[in-house]
Write a protein that binds this ligand. Structure first.
Ligand code: NAG
Length: 206
C-alpha cells in the first residue's frame, strides 16, 4: 500500500515537472499583406501581443519581445500551429535548446507533429524559416518541402506564401497564405490553407 502511494507520488511529481506551459509569442493572420518572416524578425512591424486585450484586429501580426531575447530566455520548445475558423488543423513541436530565433525551425529539431509521415529521417529539399526566396519569383517562408518537379510535381508539408509565386499552387489574390497538405503531399492536389498561425514557446521556469 505504501509502495503504491509512493509510486503515485513519484508519478505525479514527474508529470508535474514535465508538464509544459506554452506561451504564445507570435500570432499571424492570413491575407493582411504583411510578411510573416519579416514580422517575426522586426519588432516595429507588429502590434504587441499583450495588447491583444485591446482589440487590435488582424491588420498587423502580433508579436512578443521574447522573440528578441530568445537566447537569454532559455527557450526549451517551440510549437507552431495553424488554425482555420478556430479549429487547429496543423501542429508541430520543435526542440529549441541552444537555438536562436530562426534556426529552431529545422528538421534536426523537429520533435513531433500532426503530419504522420514527417520525421527527422525524411528527405526534404527545404526545411527552414528562411525557406526559398528569390526576388519576384518565390517567397516561401517557414517552408517544409519534399521535392521540386516543375510545379505540378512539387510536394511538401508546410509553406507560408508571402508574395506572388511562379507556380500555380502558390498563387493567391492576397498574402500571406498559410499552406499545408492533407492526406497526400502534392501541393497541386492536396493543399489546404489556414487563417491563423500561432507560434508558442515553453521555457525552463526557475
Ligand atoms: C500532383 O498532381 C498533379 C495533378 O494531378 C500531377 O500532375 C503531379 O504529377 C502530381 N505530383 C506528384 C508529386 O505526385
Amino acid at each position: 500500500m505504501t509502495k503504491l502511494l509512493l509510486f503515485l507520488c513519484v508519478l505525479s511529481f514527474v508529470s508535474t515537472v514535465h508538464s509544459k506551459v506554452w506561451f504564445p509569442v507570435f500570432v499571424a493572420f492570413e491575407k493582411n499583406g504583411q510578411s510573416v518572416y519579416d514580422s517575426w524578425r522586426t519588432p516595429s512591424m507588429c502590434n504587441e501581443l499583450l495588447a491583444i486585450l485591446k482589440t487590435t484586429g488582424r491588420g498587423k501580426h502580433l508579436r512578443n519581445h521574447v522573440i528578441d531575447h530568445w537566447t537569454e530566455m532559455n527557450v526549451n520548445m517551440v510549437k507552431v500551429e495553424l488554425y482555420q475558423k478556430n479549429a487547429q488543423v496543423v501542429w508541430m513541436t520543435f526542440n529549441a535548446k541552444n537555438s536562436n530565433n530562426l534556426n529552431w525551425f529545422s528538421k534536426k529539431n523537429l520533435y513531433r507533429s500532426s503530419f504522420w509521415d514527417l520525421s527527422r529521417w525524411r528527405t526534404t529539399n527545404f526545411f527552414s524559416a528562411e525557406g526559398h526566396f528569390i526576388e519576384n519569383h518565390v517567397t516561401r517562408r517557414f517552408f517544409i518541402n519534399e521535392k521540386y518537379d516543375s510545379c505540378p510535381g512539387d510536394s511538401g508539408w508546410f509553406c507560408i506564401e508571402e508574395k506572388h509565386d511562379v507556380c500555380k499552387w502558390g498563387q493567391f489574390s492576397r498574402y500571406p497564405v498559410f499552406m499545408y497538405t492533407k492526406q497526400g503531399r502534392n501541393w497541386t492536389t492536396d493543399a489546404s490553407t489556414a487563417d491563423t498561425l500561432v507560434i508558442s514557446v515553453s521555457m525552463d521556469l526557475k
